[in-house]
Ligand binder design. Structure first.
Ligand code: UDP
Length: 386
């Protein structure tokens, strides 16, 4: 019998996203593989999504991401309205075997509140689990709602109630890991790259200081708050400082940029992003937080670029020290490791990505978890109370 899964990607961005969009990228990577494996996918997203699926449901015409800059009392209804649309759909039909939810907090709370007749739910935790301690600490999903992490390290730090609902973790994947040797080689650029949102947790301030001290060229790519291009940030002027990531950039990062050997180029997308990654001598992750899943880490490996990082969060799970990258607990050491990474073998990185981080590996793992969640959800009432 065909398995029908409602995948809830949320109201924030279309799937696939035009540029930045971590969760929407994961959904765009997963859905085609699930369908190849015979799963019927009902995608809950926005009208402007173009990802092929068997059915799409939506409440909003287009992604609501820009609204996230507004105060809570103007934003909170958006995710609720989207979830209300999902619930309406679930109540109106009986062919959904499982909901795979990706909507932070609201998705979990709403779907957990449905009665025992609702389908089982797998909620993927894409974020830092120190958030929402009250929701996670008091979670009661019965036997119908389960969660999965995106790394073992992420779940190990989760509140007990969340861990009690966990069916394990699934590492992130990238289409770039499929047959990674097919890409024509790009000329090496000699720079280290930090790819990601400019944010204290991602540590771009450490990167710029190390680059100046050790003397390697450095490129920072990624948005500063809602600003994707240096010109847009400059045009926004002083009011933009209300955003904490803008303040971090102006105060801690910008003073160390020289526009030449150490520079911020804004957000890169598509082929430009891939070429920028492939030509880097190393990607640098001077983390100050426990990176939960690390999409940029697996993308770097798939493109043959070794990873130099603080040994935090998912990094030790994704990167093998001395083979596909270099890890340290001491951020001062990272600069020397950027130079040492030149000795690592790009093919080892590509091979690792092809073995562990392809969409097919991720989809097979999710299928196994769907099966597990459905079996747990149909446990006898006596077992439910156990
Ligand atoms: N990204 C991008 N262009 C940029 C910066 C980041 O396409 O300029 C992508 C990056 O390649 C990755 C995602 O945004 O796919 C970031 O995901 P990750 O898990 O690394 O970090 P998050 O922002 O979700 O913490």
């Amino acid at each position: 019998m065909t398995l029908t899964v409602l995948i809830n990607a949320g109201p924030w961005l279309p799937v696939p996203p035009a540029g930045y969009g971590g969760i929407e990228n994961v959904v765009a990577t997963l859905v085609p593989e699930l369908r190849r494996l015979g799963v019927r996918v009902v995608l809950a997203s926005v009208d402007s999504s173009t990802l092929p699926c068997d059915e799409r449901i939506s409440v909003f015409a287009d992604g609501q991401f820009a609204a996230l800059q507004r105060p809570y009392n103007q934003v909170s209804g958006i995710a609720q309205a989207h979830l209300a649309g999902v619930v309406r759909e679930l109540r109106g039909r009986d062919d959904i075997d499982l909901v795979h939810d990706h909507v932070e907090a609201v998705g979990l709370a709403t779907l957990a509140a449905l009665g025992p007749d609702a389908p089982p739910v797998l909620h993927t935790l894409h974020w830092d689990l120190a958030k929402h301690p009250e929701l996670y600490g008091g979670l009661d999903g019965g036997r119908r709602v389960r969660v999965n992490g995106v790394s073992a390290a992420q779940l190990a730090r989760a509140p007990q109630a969340l861990r009690d609902h966990s069916v394990g973790h699934v590492h992130l994947a990238t289409p770039l890991a499929v047959d990674p040797h097919r890409r024509p080689p790009v000329a090496q650029g000699g720079y280290a790259l930090v790819l990601g949102r400019i944010n204290p947790g991602k540590g771009q301030d450490v990167a710029v200081r190390l680059a100046r001290r050790v003397g390697f060229p450095l490129v920072l790519a990624g948005p500063v708050g809602p600003y994707h291009r240096p010109a847009d940030l400059a045009a926004a002027g002083a009011p933009a400082r209300q955003n904490p990531d803008v303040r971090f950039f102006h105060d801690e990062v910008a003073p160390h940029l020289d526009g030449d050997r150490v520079r911020w180029i804004g957000t890169v997308a598509g082929r430009d992003r891939d070429d920028l990654l492939a030509a880097a001598r190393a990607t640098l992750f001077p983390l100050r937080w426990e990176e939960p899943g690390g999409t940029a880490v697996v993308e770097s490996l798939a493109l043959g670029t070794p990873v130099v990082a603080t040994a935090r969060g998912c990094l030790p799970e994704l990167v093998e020290h001395g083979r596909t990258g270099l890890l340290t607990d001491d951020e001062q050491e990272l600069g020397d490791l950027v130079l040492a990474a030149d000795l690592l073998e790009p093919d080892e990185c590509r091979r690792e990505a092809a073995a562990r981080f392809t969409p097919a590996v991720m989809a097979r793992r999710y299928l196994a978890l769907y099966d597990r969640v459905r079996r747990l959800g149909s446990a006898a009432p006596a077992l439910r109370a156990a």
